[in-house]
Design a protein around this ligand. Structure first.
Ligand code: SF4
Length: 382
């Protein structure tokens, strides 16, 4: 067995650690790039969403490097994600890759815990380590993805306050490059601990009042930087502080809480007024996050999703109402393989300009709010 998996943000680092701990051979998918997208788009149905094209591109590249077992998450959900696995199998078979083994990690609530364990045991059987070490390996992989998500969140937030311009982005890229070079889980944990402490102690200027933006939308597109033109890093260049709730570790925790209906409680509650039912993907989470963002102190939100993404199209139709009701600016960016980066940047810059002038305008208004207090004082002297 030579296993491979899609490259989705920090998921690849967790899977790398898991395979190293389990001592099973693996092919680490390369970072997504134009070639990955071109290959995936060429062999995909035209109307399928961008994540599918990148996953297919990843798999073809990894199979060419020797992978024969493909691990993918599945779903019976209402959007195209439910079709991903069947479609991947058919396309890869048509391309002549016939000796592949697919392991589909469907939700245990949908396929039953027994079937879920049977599927996972196919990976476990290929590992020579003891049962207790396998459990430890799973735990370590989760710790890795959780730490990576934490470090990313600190870097994106602190970019708005950094004393040395560009430091957060430079250190973020440095740690990612080094993490992909780690040879074992111990090395990975040491590296992540080091960078977590680095960001905890980075020099900041808390007198700054940067623009703060929430990144919301379809989960693959917002956690995989290539598919969103590295928006969080671009915003770091502008000195913007960003916040994103959806992450791979959030997704895992949510999945565990789903059977007891404790998943995304606060987000779903916030979305309730506008979207009381789940519509597939993370459409409801997008709406809930938009409602909550102002309370988090954000100046605006950017929704990102792939062209034709059904749950996000529904969420998008609701966002103008939230924008109006909460007086909270929200911009939508739709990405696909033909989206041009220049047009995308122009829109982001225009949105930042608008947020900045709104912020300035609110600051100018602040002294007016205190005027009645002054008048009352004068009145008392009389
Ligand atoms: S959530 Fe959207 S992008 Fe993701 S699989 Fe479903 S339709 Fe495609």
């Amino acid at each position: 067995m030579v296993i491979t998996f899609p490259n989705m943000g920090n998921v690849a680092l967790a899977m790398q650690t898991l395979c190293q701990s389990l001592k099973i051979p693996y092919v680490l998918p390369g970072r997504n790039n134009k070639a990955t997208l071109q290959i995936g788009s060429y062999y995909s149905p035209e109307e399928i969403c961008l994540p599918f094209k990148l996953v297919l591109g990843n798999f073809i590249q990894s199979i060419e490097k020797g992978a024969d077992t493909l691990l993918i998450t599945g779903s019976c959900g209402p959007c195209r994600f439910g079709e991903y696995c069947e479609l991947l199998m058919k396309i890869l078979s048509k391309l002549g890759y016939n000796n592949l083994d697919f392991i589909v990690a469907d939700l245990s609530s949908e396929i039953g815990i027994k079937e879920f364990m049977r599927r996972m045991s196919r990976i476990s059987a290929a590992s020579p380590i003891s049962r207790s070490d396998k459990i430890k390996a799973l735990y370590t992989a989760f710790k890795v993805v959780e730490l990576c998500d934490k470090i990313d969140a600190m870097a994106y937030h602190l970019a708005g306050y950094e004393t040395n311009k560009g430091e957060c982005k430079q250190v973020l890229n440095e740690y990612k490059t080094k993490a992909f070079e780690c040879k074992n889980p111990e090395e990975m944990m040491r590296l992540l601990d080091f960078y977590k402490k680095y960001f905890e102690n980075i020099s900041t200027n808390n007198n700054k009042d940067p623009l703060k933006i929430s990144i919301i939308g379809e989960i693959f597109t917002i956690i995989e930087p290539f598919s969103n033109f590295y928006i969080e890093e671009k915003l770091m260049d502008y000195g913007v502080s960003t916040r994103r709730t959806l992450s791979p570790s959030w997704w895992v925790k949510n999945l565990i809480l789903k059977p007891i209906k404790m998943d995304s409680k606060d987000i779903n509650r916030a979305a309730g007024e506008y979207m009381p039912y789940a519509v597939g993907g993370h459409g409801r989470e997008c709406v809930g996050e938009a409602v909550l963002a102002k309370g988090y102190g954000m100046d605006g939100a950017i929704q990102i999703y792939p062209l034709g993404c059904m749950p996000e199209v529904i969420a998008k139709s609701i966002l103008p109402a939230i924008q109006r009701d909460k007086d909270f600016p929200i911009m939508t960016l739709i990405v696909d393989e033909v989206a041009g980066e220049a047009g995308y940047i122009t829109r982001v810059e225009a949105f930042l300009d608008m947020l900045q002038s709104k912020k300035r305008h609110l600051k100018v208004q602040e002294p007016l709010v205190s005027r009645p207090v002054t008048v009352r004082c004068l009145g008392n002297h009389n």
